[in-house]
Design a binder for this molecule. Structure first.
Ligand code: AVJ
Length: 328
């Protein structure tokens, strides 16, 4: 069809179809709540995924570097420990960098299923990975892993991979629910390798989410940009500021976008009012001691097979298993 000849009505229909209704409803519900909030998964459009990659290169953001280093050691030990063919399923795979130490070290990996919410970023990252690991079977899935995702059947044992401390975005009780659901979907004889950020100096944590360059601020504000772009919003980004802090009582970083003025904005057909100083809570990032995480994983029915701790207790990695494995 020649779009130039389309009638007004047809054009409106085409526009309606382009709106992601799930995103729209989540945004309106979140911004209509008494404590305004947005789910952190919505950070990751193509731009947001790029901002996150930039965060990972920041000197202040220790989790990325520290975990990646630790994963080299983890991979070498897993290569000794595991012999059966494995099908790796990664939740929130992003730029596909964390998987690489495993792929280059573990001989038993048969296939790799990266799941990520950002389809475009996933496609690009897969192209790079195919060039580096030409023999590997890759089955990418562009999906929101916080909803039920069907894992393609495989003859190899399912090995879940959940690095980056993404588990920290869940409240502890939601984390238990997620881990229990993952245990169900990975099957009876499965593993889950999971990265967990630790409790540590509040100053160090604070710095990791308040970098000098302001990249984390841009990452946070991009969610409003995205609402404007995709949901026909008119939010004034200059009237919101990035605010992130560590709450030691709750053991979590909180990220907010705080309205600098009283203001009104529209998103699609809805009007949203902000008081001066009112915040939109955009992310929690929970930190766990090894004891706390061990208890949490246990509550979800997982057994701890191995655990690794980085220097200065900066970051931890756990190998969870369903417990039915003969080998360990
Ligand atoms: C990807 C959720 C692990 O919580 O540290 C980085 C996201 N937010 N800087 C984190 C994030 C701000 C990150 N996770």
């Amino acid at each position: 069809m020649n779009t130039l000849e389309a009638t007004g009505r047809q054009r409106k229909l085409a526009l309606d179809c382009e709106i992601d209704h799930v995103f729209y409803n989540d945004v309106i519900n979140g911004l209509s709540a008494t404590r305004k909030n947005l789910a952190p998964k919505y950070f990751y459009d193509t731009r947001g995924s790029r901002y996150f990659d930039a965060i990972c290169r920041l000197p202040e953001y220790y989790p990325y570097r520290v975990e990646l280093r630790l994963l080299h050691q983890v991979a070498a030990e897993l290569n000794q420990l595991l012999e059966r063919p494995l099908n790796i399923i990664e939740f929130g795979a992003g730029s596909l960098e964390k998987i690489q130490p495993l792929l280059s070290t573990m001989e038993c990996i048969d296939s790799y299923v990266p799941i990520d919410i950002s389809a475009e970023s996933l496609k690009q990252a897969c192209q790079t990975l195919i060039e580096k690991f030409p023999g590997l079977e890759i089955l990418p899935i562009a999906a929101d892993f916080t909803t039920e995702v069907e894992i393609p059947p495989s003859d190899a044992a399912d090995f879940g991979f959940f690095p980056g401390s993404t588990i920290g975005n869940y409240t502890p009780s939601d984390a238990v629910d997620f881990l229990r659901a993952a245990r169900q979907s990975l099957g009876a004889d499965a593993y889950l390798l999971i990265g967990v950020d630790t409790k540590k100096s509040a100053r160090l944590l604070h710095r990791a989410y308040n970098d000098r360059e302001g990249i984390t601020a841009r990452f946070n504000l991009n969610i409003l940009h995205r609402i404007n772009r995709e949901l026909n919003g008119d939010i004034n980004l200059h009237k919101f500021e990035h605010y992130a802090f560590y709450n030691p009582h709750r053991g979590r970083i909180e990220m907010h976008l705080v309205s600098t003025d009283e203001q009104v904005c529209t998103i699609g057909d809805e009007t949203i009012h902000f008081n001066q100083g009112e915040s939109i809570h955009t992310e929690n990032s929970y930190k766990y001691t090894p004891e706390e995480f061990t208890a949490l994983a246990g509550n979800a029915g997982w057994r701890i097979s191995r655990e690794w701790m980085a220097d200065k207790n900066l970051f931890s990695v756990f190998l969870l298993s369903t417990g039915s494995q003969a080998s360990d």
